[in-house]
Structure formats: structure tokens, C-alpha cells
Design a protein around this ligand. Structure first.
Ligand code: GRF
Length: 190
């Protein structure tokens, strides 16, 4: 059986789609078994439906604690035999329940050259700072905010002021790099 991946996303889900498409056409030798979102109705749910991937939609406020909803997620992940969790625009810090169960098997993509510009709106933070070399980072997840060990990075040089144009360039890079890294990781090359 192929390795099984879960993708966690809170919004648009373009990186979900990049990974699901790479699995579908064989660039990643794995199946996306599950989509998880903490924002019911987010566009990623529609993308998952198109790929025939089941989605777990939940509202964190319906649970007494992070540990409680992570236990619920863990049941789904185990039932689906998920080996690797890819965070892709999932706007929450992963807690102990998932970190312990999936130690070294949770990765994230972040739209900056970490350790610069951690947290939300990294692209906006970098623009405000006036940087000229933007970029993306894929890293292992630990309990810190965007702080785990770095796996791969790509620089994106941009000196303009058009945020939309910059975001498009960054997302294109993300959609290339994330599937490449997932493939390498599953092949044991990382
Ligand atoms: C990406 O820029 C990713 O780096 C960041 O959140 C964004 C998610 O975009 N963590 P999408 O939902 O995959 O389109």
C-alpha cells in the first residue's frame, strides 16, 4: 500500500491541491487520505471533494481544549493509517497530542525565509520591512511558532510593490517545492 498523507488547511487550499495533484499523477508515491480543516466551509473542502478526499471539518470552539480536538483528529488519522501530516495554511499551533503521536512526521510550509517573519501574514510583514529577497520554507513542526528544523527553502527576488504579484510568485514556488519535498521525504531522502 502507498504511504498515506493528511493535509491540514484553514483556507484556500492551493497547496493541498498541489500535493493532491502530485499524488494523482505519480510525482508523489502516496495517497492523500484525509483533509483536515478547522474552518468548516473553507475553499479547501471543495478542492478535497474534487479529488475525492474525505475531509474532517471541525470548530475548535466546540471542544473544551486543544487536546480534546486533537484526540478526535488522532482517531481519524489512525483510522486512515496516515503516516505524514502536511500543514498547508493551517492557522493553529500543533499541540502535544499530535506532536507526540506524529513526532518527526509533521511538516509545514511558510511563506518567508525562516527564521525571519514567523507567524501570520509573513508576506505582509516582509513587505513592510522592505525586504528584496522573499522566499518560502518547509520545516518540521515542533511546539514553537514556525520554529522547527528547516528542510528546504527557496528565495524569491522581488523589488516591486504589488502584493498580489508577489503572492502569485511565492505561491507558484510553494506549489513546486512542497510536492518535491513530500516526495523526497517519503522516499527516505530527507
Ligand atoms: C501559503 O502561503 C503557506 O505558505 C501559508 O499559508 C498559505 C496557504 O495557502 N502557510 P493555500 O491555502 O495553500 O492556498
Amino acid at each position: 500500500m502507498k504511504p498515506r498523507i493528511a493535509v491540514f488547511a484553514s483556507g484556500n487550499g492551493s497547496n493541498f491541491e498541489a500535493i493532491a495533484q502530485a499524488c494523482a499523477d505519480g510525482r508523489i508515491n502516496a495517497d492523500v487520505a484525509l483533509c483536515v480543516t478547522d474552518r468548516p466551509g473553507a475553499f479547501v473542502v471543495e478542492r478535497a471533494r474534487r479529488f475525492g478526499v474525505p475531509t474532517v471539518e471541525f470548530r475548535p470552539k466546540d471542544y473544551a481544549s486543544k487536546a480534546d480536538f486533537e484526540k478526535m483528529l488522532l482517531e481519524h488519522l489512525r483510522r486512515e493509517n496516515v503516516e505524514l501530516i502536511c500543514l498547508a495554511g493551517y492557522m493553529r499551533i500543533i499541540g502535544d497530542v499530535l506532536l507526540q503521536a506524529y513526532e518527526g512526521r509533521i511538516i509545514n510550509i511558510h511563506p518567508s525565509l525562516l527564521p525571519a517573519f514567523r507567524g501570520a501574514d509573513a508576506i505582509g510583514q516582509a513587505m513592510d520591512y522592505g525586504v528584496k529577497i522573499y522566499g518560502i520554507t518547509i520545516h518540521f513542526v515542533d511546539s514553537s511558532l514556525d520554529g522547527g528544523k528547516i528542510i528546504a527553502q527557496r528565495a524569491v527576488a522581488y523589488e516591486g510593490k504589488d502584493r498580489e504579484e508577489l503572492e502569485t510568485m511565492i505561491h507558484e514556488r510553494e506549489h513546486e517545492l512542497y510536492p518535491e519535498v513530500v516526495a523526497r521525504l517519503l522516499e527516505g531522502g530527507i
